[in-house]
Design a protein around this ligand. Structure first.
Ligand code: ADP
Ligand code: MG
Length: 225
């Protein structure tokens, strides 16, 4: 098994910039898309129009991913049950998983770890990781989730898949903006997830070999526990 601790450069300024640019670019893009749909296009040009539309769609996907990044004034932390939060994400993903012959299981069920978090942002993090695991198992497989108390003040969430695994030279690049090995991938999921985790004072670690990948997320427990 090989290991990589993702460097924890603070991307907050870059994150704010990205969110700003994403907003600014999205409005004109929506207008262009609308007018494109209204235009009477000669048949000859229809393939070009299709290419333009699909490129606009791709830009929209990238922008919506970037917009997930926190704007500081939007950050709202509440007490949440970690197990419930992850159960809710599992429910969201389950249908897609089953269709691709993937079982999502809990390794254990300890009920009541409470964390202080921005629930929707943290859900986005786990959606990103489950999606990556599913995409790494084109022929089906298993995802095992473990949630446990890691130390006095931390919870540890482990997501283990039986996917393709990540070669060492690629492991180094994961989390860099726009780094993807997928056709049509955005290469933003891990970067955004890592930033959200760091905004929660947590950390992220990948372990991988040919048998699959393990993602470890450490998050501080609510101090009342
Ligand atoms: P994207 O999913 O759009 O490619 P991500 O930032 O989510 O972007 O992931 C970046 C890359 O990390 C992926 O293209 C893939 O190569 C690798 N990766 C992430 N998670 C896994 C996993 N569970 N198994 C195998 N490879 C993974
Ligand atoms: Mg992804």
């Amino acid at each position: 098994t090989l290991e990589l601790i993702l460097h924890s450069e603070k991307l907050s300024i870059a994150g704010q910039l990205a969110a700003g640019i994403a907003h600014e670019v999205r409005n004109p893009l929506t207008a262009i898309k609308g007018f494109l749909q209204l235009m009477q296009v000669p048949l000859d040009n229809s393939t070009y129009v299709e290419i333009i539309k699909s490129e606009i769609n791709r830009i929209e996907i990238i922008l919506s991913e970037l917009l997930i990044l926190a704007k500081p004034q939007d950050v709202k932390f509440n007490e949440e049950n970690l197990n419930t939060l992850i159960q809710e994400v599992k429910t969201l993903i389950d249908t897609q998983a089953i269709m691709q012959n993937i079982q999502i299981e809990f390794a254990n069920q300890i009920g009541n770890l409470t964390i202080s978090c921005d629930k929707n942002k943290l859900k986005q993090v786990f959606i990103n990781f489950f999606k990556n695991s599913i995409e790494a198992m084109p022929n089906g497989g298993t995802i095992i989730i473990e949630i446990k108390k890691h130390s006095k003040n931390n919870a540890k969430i482990t997501i283990q898949d039986t996917g393709t695994g990540i070669p060492k030279h690629i492991l180094k690049k994961i989390g860099q903006p726009f780094f993807t090995t997928k056709e049509g991938g955005t290469g933003l999921g891990v970067m955004i997830s890592k930033q959200i985790i760091e905004n929660h004072n947590g950390s992220l670690q990948f372990w991988s070999d040919k048998k699959g990948t393990i993602i470890e997320v450490i998050l501080p427990l609510n101090n009342k526990q």
